[in-house]
Design a protein around this ligand. Structure first.
Ligand code: GUN
Length: 279
């Protein structure tokens, strides 16, 4: 029987640990505040932002909302970030992505002080990850590592295939797996014989962004499959990049969608926010 990895339970466990930590820090007079910036009203972004603020409230840190108009200029957003960088009461800054097309996402990411970059997107934090130095790690990949570790799944020495090479997931995910001593392959849209590459994987991490693309024909028997994708199908039901029903009989363990990787992203954001209080 395959283990279905319960991301909801594990994320809750992490948030409970953080709540305790935050209460102890409060006793020492250390309090935190996360500034959450959303530009425009994209409904998916609004849901993520709401969940992030709720998680802050749950673990006991303040969140400050900045809801900016769709037409906000790059300079206006940069100016707000500069202000928050200087504000000693704010220890974390998060700009929900994507931003509207008139704003250069890279400029925004680079404007956030690396010390307040709780998303772990700033090149200085990415560079720290590459070099094995301390810094903030991107939340979704960090969440995948916690899912595996807290489910008792070993990483060391395993063949790990990561499908996807985005800055937010694929690249940091590969680096974290390498740090955990996996043998890592990064596959992507130009990879030849993707099926054969995936069939070598003891650990398959899927972040392709295509609903149910990965079926049983991609799976080595007994593999562990982590599904980072999230989509809504025609019936408005959530599904991942993996065809869960097709692969279930072939895997040792798998994350469901919803309730797998998704809740972990916010738990690890909270982890980074608590880290921001003490560094
Ligand atoms: N958009 C999609 N995922 C993320 C994330 O992890 N952080 C931010 N800021 N925006 C996102």
């Amino acid at each position: 029987m395959a283990t279905i990895i319960d991301g909801k339970r594990i994320s809750q466990e992490i948030k409970e640990e953080l709540k305790t930590k935050v209460a102890k820090l409060k006793e020492q007079g250390i309090e935190g505040c996360l500034a959450v910036i959303q530009v425009g009203t994209d409904p998916a972004s609004s849901v993520y932002v709401r969940n992030k603020k709720r998680a802050c409230e749950y673990i006991g840190i303040e969140s400050r909302s900045y809801e900016l108009a769709e037409e906000t200029t790059e300079e206006e957003l940069l100016s707000l970030i500069r202000e928050l960088n200087q504000d000693a009461r704010v220890n974390g800054i998060l700009v929900q992505l994507p931003v509207p097309p008139q704003i250069d996402e890279n400029k925004i990411i680079q404007a956030i002080s690396p010390a307040k970059d709780v998303d772990g997107f700033h090149p200085q934090n990415v560079g720290a990850l590459v070099s094995g130095l301390p810094g903030y790690v991107s939340c979704t990949p960090a969440g995948v590592i916690q899912l595996l570790k807290r489910s008792g799944i070993s990483i060391e020495g395993k063949n790990c295939v990561v499908i996807g090479r985005s800055n937010i997931v694929g690249k940091p995910m590969s680096l974290l797996m390498l740090r955990e001593n996996a043998t890592v392959t990064i596959a992507h849209s130009k990879t030849k014989n993707l099926r054969d590459v995936c069939r070598q994987a003891d650990l398959l991490i899927v972040a392709v962004g295509k609903p149910k693309m990965i079926d049983a024909s991609y799976i080595k028997d007994g593999a562990v499959v982590i599904d980072v994708g999230i989509h809504r199908n025609e019936q408005n039901k959530l599904c991942g990049d993996v065809d869960f029903d097709s692969v279930l009989a072939h895997v040792e363990a798998i994350t469901p969608v919803p309730g797998g990787v998704g809740p972990m992203t916010i738990a690890m954001l909270m982890h980074n926010c608590v880290k921001a209080l003490t560094r």
